[in-house]
Design a binder for this molecule. Structure first.
Ligand code: LLP
Length: 431
Protein backbone atom coordinates (compact mmCIF):
# COMPACT_ATOMS: atom_id res chain seq x y z
CA UNK A 1 0.00 0.00 0.00
CA UNK A 2 1.13 3.53 -0.64
CA UNK A 3 1.37 4.46 3.02
CA UNK A 4 1.56 2.76 6.40
CA UNK A 5 -1.92 4.06 7.22
CA UNK A 6 -3.51 1.52 4.90
CA UNK A 7 -3.55 -2.24 5.27
CA UNK A 8 -5.68 -5.26 4.48
CA UNK A 9 -7.28 -6.84 7.55
CA UNK A 10 -8.10 -10.49 8.24
CA UNK A 11 -11.43 -10.14 6.39
CA UNK A 12 -9.62 -8.91 3.30
CA UNK A 13 -11.04 -5.41 3.84
CA UNK A 14 -9.17 -2.13 3.68
CA UNK A 15 -8.21 -0.90 7.15
CA UNK A 16 -7.33 2.74 7.76
CA UNK A 17 -5.23 3.26 10.87
CA UNK A 18 -6.40 -0.23 11.84
CA UNK A 19 -10.14 0.53 11.49
CA UNK A 20 -12.18 -1.49 8.99
CA UNK A 21 -13.21 0.83 6.16
CA UNK A 22 -16.53 -0.98 5.62
CA UNK A 23 -17.47 -0.53 9.28
CA UNK A 24 -16.53 3.15 9.10
CA UNK A 25 -18.69 3.61 6.02
CA UNK A 26 -21.59 1.77 7.68
CA UNK A 27 -21.32 3.84 10.86
CA UNK A 28 -20.72 7.32 9.42
CA UNK A 29 -22.07 7.06 5.86
CA UNK A 30 -20.33 8.13 2.66
CA UNK A 31 -18.66 10.16 1.35
CA UNK A 32 -16.41 10.15 4.39
CA UNK A 33 -12.94 11.48 5.10
CA UNK A 34 -10.91 9.23 7.39
CA UNK A 35 -7.67 10.37 9.03
CA UNK A 36 -5.16 8.05 10.70
CA UNK A 37 -4.33 10.07 13.80
CA UNK A 38 -1.51 7.78 14.93
CA UNK A 39 0.31 8.30 11.63
CA UNK A 40 -0.14 12.08 11.85
CA UNK A 41 1.28 12.04 15.38
CA UNK A 42 4.24 9.91 14.31
CA UNK A 43 5.06 12.34 11.51
CA UNK A 44 4.81 15.33 13.87
CA UNK A 45 7.17 13.55 16.25
CA UNK A 46 9.70 12.74 13.55
CA UNK A 47 9.70 16.36 12.32
CA UNK A 48 10.24 17.56 15.88
CA UNK A 49 12.99 15.03 16.41
CA UNK A 50 14.81 16.25 13.33
CA UNK A 51 14.74 19.84 14.60
CA UNK A 52 16.32 18.50 17.80
CA UNK A 53 18.86 16.49 15.90
CA UNK A 54 19.88 18.86 13.14
CA UNK A 55 19.44 22.26 14.81
CA UNK A 56 20.02 21.36 18.47
CA UNK A 57 16.35 22.06 19.12
CA UNK A 58 16.69 25.71 18.07
CA UNK A 59 13.67 25.76 15.84
CA UNK A 60 10.00 24.99 15.52
CA UNK A 61 7.84 22.92 13.19
CA UNK A 62 4.78 24.86 12.08
CA UNK A 63 1.94 22.77 10.71
CA UNK A 64 0.74 24.46 7.49
CA UNK A 65 -2.92 24.25 8.35
CA UNK A 66 -4.19 25.10 4.86
CA UNK A 67 -3.53 21.43 4.07
CA UNK A 68 -6.27 20.30 6.42
CA UNK A 69 -7.98 22.66 8.82
CA UNK A 70 -10.45 21.96 11.61
CA UNK A 71 -10.38 22.37 15.38
CA UNK A 72 -9.33 18.78 16.04
CA UNK A 73 -6.17 18.93 13.91
CA UNK A 74 -5.07 22.11 15.73
CA UNK A 75 -5.57 20.31 19.08
CA UNK A 76 -3.65 17.33 17.78
CA UNK A 77 -0.62 19.23 16.45
CA UNK A 78 -0.57 21.49 19.53
CA UNK A 79 -0.42 18.40 21.74
CA UNK A 80 2.59 17.26 19.70
CA UNK A 81 4.35 20.56 20.42
CA UNK A 82 4.07 22.03 16.93
CA UNK A 83 3.23 25.59 15.98
CA UNK A 84 0.91 26.47 13.11
CA UNK A 85 0.99 28.48 9.92
CA UNK A 86 -2.34 30.16 9.19
CA UNK A 87 -3.19 32.04 6.06
CA UNK A 88 -6.51 33.73 6.75
CA UNK A 89 -8.66 35.14 9.52
CA UNK A 90 -10.76 31.98 9.25
CA UNK A 91 -7.84 29.64 9.89
CA UNK A 92 -6.69 31.88 12.75
CA UNK A 93 -10.19 31.86 14.23
CA UNK A 94 -10.37 28.06 14.01
CA UNK A 95 -6.97 27.71 15.70
CA UNK A 96 -7.96 30.10 18.49
CA UNK A 97 -11.27 28.32 18.97
CA UNK A 98 -9.30 25.11 19.39
CA UNK A 99 -7.20 26.76 22.11
CA UNK A 100 -4.03 26.74 20.01
CA UNK A 101 -1.14 28.57 21.74
CA UNK A 102 -1.25 31.92 19.97
CA UNK A 103 2.45 32.66 20.32
CA UNK A 104 3.12 29.65 18.12
CA UNK A 105 0.90 30.89 15.28
CA UNK A 106 2.51 32.45 12.20
CA UNK A 107 0.20 34.46 9.99
CA UNK A 108 0.81 34.35 6.23
CA UNK A 109 -0.88 35.75 3.14
CA UNK A 110 -0.12 37.99 0.19
CA UNK A 111 -3.14 40.22 0.76
CA UNK A 112 -4.19 40.15 4.38
CA UNK A 113 -7.07 42.52 5.00
CA UNK A 114 -6.98 45.29 7.57
CA UNK A 115 -9.44 43.30 9.67
CA UNK A 116 -7.25 40.22 9.51
CA UNK A 117 -4.13 42.17 10.50
CA UNK A 118 -5.98 43.73 13.46
CA UNK A 119 -7.36 40.35 14.50
CA UNK A 120 -3.88 38.77 14.40
CA UNK A 121 -2.20 41.65 16.25
CA UNK A 122 -4.95 41.94 18.87
CA UNK A 123 -4.58 38.27 19.68
CA UNK A 124 -0.78 38.48 19.74
CA UNK A 125 0.20 35.90 17.12
CA UNK A 126 3.83 34.75 17.27
CA UNK A 127 4.65 36.57 14.05
CA UNK A 128 3.02 38.09 11.02
CA UNK A 129 4.84 37.15 7.83
CA UNK A 130 4.71 40.41 5.89
CA UNK A 131 4.41 40.01 2.14
CA UNK A 132 4.68 43.52 0.68
CA UNK A 133 5.33 47.20 1.39
CA UNK A 134 1.65 48.13 1.53
CA UNK A 135 1.16 45.60 4.30
CA UNK A 136 4.29 46.77 6.11
CA UNK A 137 3.06 50.37 6.29
CA UNK A 138 -0.51 49.39 7.03
CA UNK A 139 0.47 47.08 9.88
CA UNK A 140 2.71 49.70 11.47
CA UNK A 141 -0.14 52.23 11.35
CA UNK A 142 -2.62 49.79 12.87
CA UNK A 143 -0.20 48.93 15.67
CA UNK A 144 0.33 52.63 16.35
CA UNK A 145 -3.41 53.03 16.87
CA UNK A 146 -3.55 49.88 18.99
CA UNK A 147 -0.46 50.99 20.94
CA UNK A 148 1.10 47.58 20.33
CA UNK A 149 4.24 46.05 18.89
CA UNK A 150 4.35 42.97 16.69
CA UNK A 151 7.00 40.44 15.70
CA UNK A 152 7.26 40.06 11.96
CA UNK A 153 9.12 38.04 9.35
CA UNK A 154 9.51 39.19 5.75
CA UNK A 155 8.53 36.82 2.97
CA UNK A 156 11.35 36.65 0.44
CA UNK A 157 11.34 35.12 -3.04
CA UNK A 158 14.70 33.42 -3.13
CA UNK A 159 14.66 33.26 -6.96
CA UNK A 160 15.20 29.52 -7.13
CA UNK A 161 15.49 28.58 -10.81
CA UNK A 162 12.09 27.42 -11.99
CA UNK A 163 13.52 26.18 -15.30
CA UNK A 164 15.31 23.24 -13.76
CA UNK A 165 12.45 22.38 -11.42
CA UNK A 166 9.22 23.16 -13.16
CA UNK A 167 7.08 22.25 -10.14
CA UNK A 168 8.52 25.10 -8.15
CA UNK A 169 6.02 27.83 -8.46
CA UNK A 170 6.33 30.27 -5.59
CA UNK A 171 10.03 30.94 -5.16
CA UNK A 172 10.74 32.75 -8.41
CA UNK A 173 10.59 36.41 -9.31
CA UNK A 174 7.29 36.08 -11.20
CA UNK A 175 5.20 35.14 -8.20
CA UNK A 176 2.54 37.03 -6.30
CA UNK A 177 4.17 36.10 -3.00
CA UNK A 178 6.83 38.10 -1.22
CA UNK A 179 9.72 40.46 -1.92
CA UNK A 180 12.12 39.71 -4.79
CA UNK A 181 15.82 39.45 -4.02
CA UNK A 182 17.17 40.16 -7.50
CA UNK A 183 15.55 43.56 -7.86
CA UNK A 184 16.74 44.94 -4.51
CA UNK A 185 13.14 45.01 -3.31
CA UNK A 186 13.91 42.59 -0.46
CA UNK A 187 16.76 44.70 0.93
CA UNK A 188 14.60 47.84 0.67
CA UNK A 189 11.87 46.02 2.62
CA UNK A 190 14.35 45.07 5.35
CA UNK A 191 15.42 48.71 5.70
CA UNK A 192 11.80 49.89 5.73
CA UNK A 193 10.78 47.29 8.32
CA UNK A 194 13.73 48.12 10.56
CA UNK A 195 12.76 51.80 10.48
CA UNK A 196 9.11 51.28 11.44
CA UNK A 197 8.84 51.68 15.20
CA UNK A 198 5.96 49.28 15.88
CA UNK A 199 7.45 46.35 13.99
CA UNK A 200 9.98 43.94 15.44
CA UNK A 201 11.76 42.39 12.51
CA UNK A 202 12.81 38.92 13.69
CA UNK A 203 13.79 37.24 10.48
CA UNK A 204 12.93 36.01 7.00
CA UNK A 205 10.66 33.47 5.39
CA UNK A 206 10.71 31.67 2.05
CA UNK A 207 8.63 28.90 0.50
CA UNK A 208 9.62 27.55 -2.89
CA UNK A 209 6.55 25.47 -3.76
CA UNK A 210 4.72 22.29 -2.95
CA UNK A 211 4.90 18.52 -3.65
CA UNK A 212 8.64 18.75 -4.34
CA UNK A 213 10.61 15.50 -4.36
CA UNK A 214 14.08 16.80 -5.01
CA UNK A 215 16.12 17.95 -2.02
CA UNK A 216 18.44 20.28 -3.92
CA UNK A 217 16.00 23.20 -4.47
CA UNK A 218 15.41 23.35 -0.69
CA UNK A 219 19.17 23.41 -0.05
CA UNK A 220 19.61 26.02 -2.75
CA UNK A 221 16.94 28.25 -1.21
CA UNK A 222 18.49 27.83 2.26
CA UNK A 223 21.93 28.89 0.95
CA UNK A 224 20.46 31.94 -0.78
CA UNK A 225 18.57 32.99 2.34
CA UNK A 226 21.61 32.67 4.63
CA UNK A 227 23.71 34.62 2.14
CA UNK A 228 21.04 37.32 2.16
CA UNK A 229 21.08 37.37 5.97
CA UNK A 230 24.84 37.92 5.70
CA UNK A 231 24.28 40.76 3.20
CA UNK A 232 21.74 42.35 5.54
CA UNK A 233 24.21 42.32 8.40
CA UNK A 234 26.97 43.79 6.23
CA UNK A 235 24.74 46.52 4.79
CA UNK A 236 22.59 47.45 7.76
CA UNK A 237 24.27 45.98 10.84
CA UNK A 238 21.10 43.96 11.58
CA UNK A 239 21.67 40.35 12.60
CA UNK A 240 18.39 38.50 12.07
CA UNK A 241 17.82 35.47 14.25
CA UNK A 242 15.00 33.54 12.56
CA UNK A 243 14.81 31.76 9.21
CA UNK A 244 11.58 30.10 8.12
CA UNK A 245 12.27 27.72 5.24
CA UNK A 246 8.62 27.00 4.37
CA UNK A 247 7.10 23.64 3.50
CA UNK A 248 6.64 21.72 0.28
CA UNK A 249 8.00 18.24 0.93
CA UNK A 250 6.42 15.79 -1.50
CA UNK A 251 4.43 12.68 -0.61
CA UNK A 252 3.53 9.44 -2.36
CA UNK A 253 0.13 9.53 -4.07
CA UNK A 254 0.74 6.63 -6.44
CA UNK A 255 3.29 3.82 -6.60
CA UNK A 256 5.65 5.65 -8.95
CA UNK A 257 6.06 8.65 -6.59
CA UNK A 258 9.33 8.34 -4.74
CA UNK A 259 9.79 11.02 -2.09
CA UNK A 260 13.02 11.08 -0.11
CA UNK A 261 12.52 10.31 3.59
CA UNK A 262 11.97 13.55 5.56
CA UNK A 263 15.03 12.80 7.67
CA UNK A 264 17.19 13.04 4.59
CA UNK A 265 15.59 16.34 3.48
CA UNK A 266 16.18 17.70 6.94
CA UNK A 267 19.72 16.45 7.09
CA UNK A 268 20.70 17.90 3.74
CA UNK A 269 18.99 21.24 4.27
CA UNK A 270 20.61 21.47 7.69
CA UNK A 271 24.03 20.77 6.14
CA UNK A 272 23.38 23.60 3.64
CA UNK A 273 22.36 25.96 6.47
CA UNK A 274 25.42 25.08 8.55
CA UNK A 275 27.86 25.40 5.63
CA UNK A 276 26.42 28.72 4.50
CA UNK A 277 26.47 30.14 8.02
CA UNK A 278 30.10 29.14 8.34
CA UNK A 279 30.91 30.74 5.01
CA UNK A 280 29.14 33.96 6.04
CA UNK A 281 30.44 33.77 9.61
CA UNK A 282 26.82 34.14 10.59
CA UNK A 283 25.32 32.55 13.74
CA UNK A 284 22.94 29.65 12.97
CA UNK A 285 19.47 31.19 13.08
CA UNK A 286 16.46 29.58 14.69
CA UNK A 287 14.97 27.41 11.93
CA UNK A 288 11.25 27.14 11.27
CA UNK A 289 9.74 24.71 8.77
CA UNK A 290 6.14 24.57 7.57
CA UNK A 291 5.12 21.14 6.35
CA UNK A 292 1.45 20.69 5.53
CA UNK A 293 0.86 17.95 2.98
CA UNK A 294 3.56 15.67 4.40
CA UNK A 295 1.94 15.72 7.86
CA UNK A 296 -1.61 14.84 6.84
CA UNK A 297 -1.66 13.77 3.17
CA UNK A 298 -0.72 10.11 3.34
CA UNK A 299 -2.70 9.62 6.54
CA UNK A 300 -6.09 10.23 4.93
CA UNK A 301 -8.50 8.39 2.66
CA UNK A 302 -11.95 9.17 1.33
CA UNK A 303 -14.67 6.52 1.26
CA UNK A 304 -17.42 6.63 -1.37
CA UNK A 305 -20.35 4.45 -2.32
CA UNK A 306 -20.26 3.25 -5.90
CA UNK A 307 -23.34 4.15 -7.93
CA UNK A 308 -23.74 3.69 -11.65
CA UNK A 309 -21.18 1.83 -13.75
CA UNK A 310 -21.38 2.97 -17.35
CA UNK A 311 -19.43 0.92 -19.83
CA UNK A 312 -19.00 2.66 -23.17
CA UNK A 313 -17.69 -0.07 -25.50
CA UNK A 314 -14.35 0.84 -27.01
CA UNK A 315 -14.24 4.08 -25.05
CA UNK A 316 -14.10 3.67 -21.27
CA UNK A 317 -16.01 2.63 -18.17
CA UNK A 318 -17.31 5.36 -15.93
CA UNK A 319 -17.71 4.43 -12.30
CA UNK A 320 -19.71 7.10 -10.50
CA UNK A 321 -19.39 7.77 -6.80
CA UNK A 322 -21.48 9.79 -4.33
CA UNK A 323 -18.86 12.55 -4.02
CA UNK A 324 -16.42 14.07 -6.49
CA UNK A 325 -14.81 17.43 -7.19
CA UNK A 326 -16.72 18.96 -4.28
CA UNK A 327 -14.74 16.87 -1.78
CA UNK A 328 -11.59 16.46 -3.90
CA UNK A 329 -11.04 19.08 -6.60
CA UNK A 330 -7.40 18.12 -7.17
CA UNK A 331 -7.84 16.02 -10.31
CA UNK A 332 -10.02 18.69 -11.88
CA UNK A 333 -7.57 21.43 -10.87
CA UNK A 334 -4.15 19.84 -11.28
CA UNK A 335 -4.69 16.46 -12.92
CA UNK A 336 -3.40 14.92 -9.67
CA UNK A 337 -3.14 11.15 -9.60
CA UNK A 338 -4.69 8.96 -6.92
CA UNK A 339 -4.91 5.26 -6.17
CA UNK A 340 -8.31 3.75 -5.48
CA UNK A 341 -9.48 0.37 -4.30
CA UNK A 342 -12.63 -1.55 -3.53
CA UNK A 343 -12.67 -1.81 0.27
CA UNK A 344 -14.29 -5.26 0.51
CA UNK A 345 -11.72 -6.78 -1.88
CA UNK A 346 -8.66 -4.74 -0.91
CA UNK A 347 -6.41 -7.81 -0.90
CA UNK A 348 -7.45 -8.97 -4.38
CA UNK A 349 -5.61 -8.17 -7.55
CA UNK A 350 -7.04 -5.16 -9.38
CA UNK A 351 -8.40 -6.17 -12.78
CA UNK A 352 -10.73 -3.38 -13.87
CA UNK A 353 -9.73 -0.08 -15.46
CA UNK A 354 -12.19 2.69 -14.77
CA UNK A 355 -12.65 6.43 -14.85
CA UNK A 356 -13.90 7.49 -11.44
CA UNK A 357 -16.52 10.18 -11.85
CA UNK A 358 -18.17 12.37 -9.25
CA UNK A 359 -21.85 13.32 -9.04
CA UNK A 360 -21.55 16.97 -10.04
CA UNK A 361 -23.19 18.40 -13.10
CA UNK A 362 -19.84 18.89 -14.80
CA UNK A 363 -17.95 16.64 -17.25
CA UNK A 364 -14.62 17.53 -15.65
CA UNK A 365 -15.84 16.20 -12.33
CA UNK A 366 -13.49 13.23 -12.21
CA UNK A 367 -11.36 11.79 -9.42
CA UNK A 368 -9.15 9.56 -11.57
CA UNK A 369 -8.78 8.27 -15.12
CA UNK A 370 -7.31 4.89 -15.97
CA UNK A 371 -7.64 3.77 -12.36
CA UNK A 372 -7.00 0.07 -11.85
CA UNK A 373 -9.36 -1.37 -9.23
CA UNK A 374 -10.78 -4.71 -8.06
CA UNK A 375 -14.04 -6.15 -9.39
CA UNK A 376 -16.76 -3.78 -8.36
CA UNK A 377 -20.56 -3.40 -8.39
CA UNK A 378 -23.03 -0.65 -7.44
CA UNK A 379 -23.23 -0.36 -3.66
CA UNK A 380 -19.58 -1.26 -3.07
CA UNK A 381 -17.45 1.05 -0.96
CA UNK A 382 -14.56 2.59 -2.84
CA UNK A 383 -11.57 4.23 -1.14
CA UNK A 384 -9.40 6.91 -2.69
CA UNK A 385 -6.08 6.94 -0.84
CA UNK A 386 -3.80 9.75 0.35
CA UNK A 387 -6.52 12.38 0.39
CA UNK A 388 -5.56 13.80 3.79
CA UNK A 389 -4.16 17.06 2.40
CA UNK A 390 -5.89 19.72 0.30
CA UNK A 391 -9.13 17.74 0.01
CA UNK A 392 -11.32 18.63 2.98
CA UNK A 393 -9.66 22.06 3.11
CA UNK A 394 -10.47 22.69 -0.57
CA UNK A 395 -13.96 21.18 -0.53
CA UNK A 396 -16.90 23.20 -1.81
CA UNK A 397 -20.68 23.15 -1.87
CA UNK A 398 -20.94 23.22 -5.66
CA UNK A 399 -24.32 21.85 -6.74
CA UNK A 400 -25.30 22.37 -3.08
CA UNK A 401 -23.61 19.16 -2.11
CA UNK A 402 -22.98 19.05 1.66
CA UNK A 403 -19.36 18.53 2.74
CA UNK A 404 -18.59 15.06 4.13
CA UNK A 405 -17.72 14.50 7.78
CA UNK A 406 -14.19 13.78 9.02
CA UNK A 407 -13.41 10.83 11.26
CA UNK A 408 -10.11 10.48 13.14
CA UNK A 409 -8.89 6.98 13.97
CA UNK A 410 -6.65 6.48 16.99
CA UNK A 411 -5.52 3.06 18.15
CA UNK A 412 -8.01 1.58 15.69
CA UNK A 413 -10.93 3.50 17.31
CA UNK A 414 -12.84 6.05 15.24
CA UNK A 415 -14.31 9.31 16.50
CA UNK A 416 -16.06 12.11 14.69
CA UNK A 417 -13.96 15.28 14.29
CA UNK A 418 -16.20 17.20 11.86
CA UNK A 419 -19.92 16.54 11.42
CA UNK A 420 -21.49 15.97 8.01
CA UNK A 421 -23.02 19.16 6.65
CA UNK A 422 -26.78 19.09 6.53
CA UNK A 423 -29.15 20.63 3.99
CA UNK A 424 -30.05 23.10 6.75
CA UNK A 425 -26.35 24.11 6.93
CA UNK A 426 -26.50 24.86 3.22
CA UNK A 427 -29.21 27.48 3.60
CA UNK A 428 -28.02 28.87 6.94
CA UNK A 429 -26.82 32.16 5.45
CA UNK A 430 -29.51 32.47 2.77
CA UNK A 431 -32.00 35.31 3.43
N1 LLP B 1 4.13 27.45 3.75
C1 LLP B 1 3.63 28.26 2.81
C2 LLP B 1 3.94 29.69 2.86
C3 LLP B 1 2.81 27.75 1.81
O1 LLP B 1 2.34 28.57 0.88
C4 LLP B 1 2.50 26.37 1.79
C5 LLP B 1 1.61 25.82 0.77
C6 LLP B 1 3.03 25.56 2.80
C7 LLP B 1 3.86 26.14 3.75
C8 LLP B 1 2.76 24.08 2.88
O2 LLP B 1 3.20 23.39 1.78
P1 LLP B 1 3.10 21.78 1.79
O3 LLP B 1 4.09 21.28 2.82
O4 LLP B 1 1.71 21.43 2.15
O5 LLP B 1 3.47 21.40 0.41
N2 LLP B 1 -3.65 23.25 -3.15
C9 LLP B 1 -2.40 22.72 -3.64
C10 LLP B 1 -1.26 23.03 -2.72
C11 LLP B 1 -1.06 24.51 -2.46
C12 LLP B 1 0.05 24.76 -1.48
C13 LLP B 1 0.00 26.17 -1.02
N3 LLP B 1 1.01 26.52 -0.09
C14 LLP B 1 -2.56 21.22 -3.85
O6 LLP B 1 -3.64 20.69 -3.63
O7 LLP B 1 -1.60 20.57 -4.25
Amino acid sequence: MISESFSVNEKGHLAIGGADALQLAAEYGTPLYVMDEDAIRRTCQSYRASIERFYEGRGLVLYASKAFCCKEIYRLVASEGLGADVVSGGELYTALQAGFPVEKIYFHGNNKTVDELCYAAENGVGAIVVDNLTELQCLNGLLERMDKHQNILLRIKPGVDAHTHSFIRTGQIDSKFGFALETGEAMAAVRAAAALPRLRLKGLHCHIGSQIFDTEPFCHAARIMIRFMGDIRRETGLSLGVLNLGGGFGIRYVGEDDPAPYESYMQQVSAAVHESCKEQEFPIPEILIEPGRSIVGSAGATLYTVGALKEIPGVRTYLSVDGGMTDNPRYALYGSKYEALVCARAGEKPTKTVTIAGKCCESGDLLAEGALIQECAPGDILAVLATGAYNYSMASNYNRIPRPPVVFVRGGQPRLAVRRESYADLVRNDL
